[in-house]
Write a protein that binds this ligand. Sequence first.
Ligand code: AMP
Length: 309
Amino acid sequence: MPHRSIAVTRRQPLVATTITTVRRKVRILRAREQTIGLVPTMGYFHEGHSSLMRAAREECDYVVVSIFVNPLQFGPQEDLDEYPRDAERDLELAACESVDMIFSPETGEMFSGTAAGSRAGGFADTGSRTYIEPGPAAAGLCGAARPGHFRGVTTIVAKLFNIVRPERAYFGGKDAQQAAVIRQMVRDLDFGIDIRVLPTVREPDGLAMSSRNVYLTADERKHAQVLYRALSAARAAAAEGETGAAALRLLLEKSINAEPGVEFEYAEIVDADSMRPVEEIDGDSLAMVAVTVGGARLIDNMFLLGGKD
Ligand code: AMP
């Protein structure tokens, strides 16, 4: 019998670029009592993004992935213009995860009627608008190093929540402070959205996947492995009974500083929910690190005790 090949057609996600299109679809879905899952991203997908889409696919009737390189969360000297983009590949990867809709608005669509709408830029030229001022979880760590960053994140995520009205939204543990800031916003402002935070997806050598890893040369890529090595060493020390945050913090700083080509920014041991520094670690303590390698600012974190990562 001749072999018959069956063409597998993968359903492409609907690509929406306007808020009106999304709202129209959301109205229909809600009338049918379908649950909506939202995965907010800045695009240039990797396995970290795919893992969030997969979780959303498992738990929700309809999966929306937003792609928006949010100018509000970039400082004036940061990489907004160079941020990597590949819409075609993103669409393919989203299709692989059976995503229903990609919402990829132009900057002007998200900021219509404001200065940022006509002149997408950093924090400086965003015109007058309403912001969501994040709570204390945003104060230290990346919040201290990148003034205005988390206010940019909360403001855009709140807009996305209002546009998509999801039951659940999915974030990566890789950006642990962002996840804590969003959880606090949702609690404080009664969004009524279930915030799911998923484990960090890593390269085989331990480097946390990040769209910004494309900035690294082969040599820098090797130096960047120090983040995972330092965090693993801190976790091993904790497993052996070191519970003092000061000692663990020092261990992180020393390991990172011993690596050439890596500029140390911070190492802190904090509570995963409040992002407040702790003195003695427990099962909710996160080791958080930030460095610059070549032109790329890289962050990573790890739970020090227990099975979480
Ligand atoms: P981004 O496009 O970098 O803004 O990330 C979009 C979402 O993907 C955020 O919730 C990130 O925390 C999450 N994410 C980014 N990298 C990873 C990773 N390596 N593992 C898991 N989630 C990630």
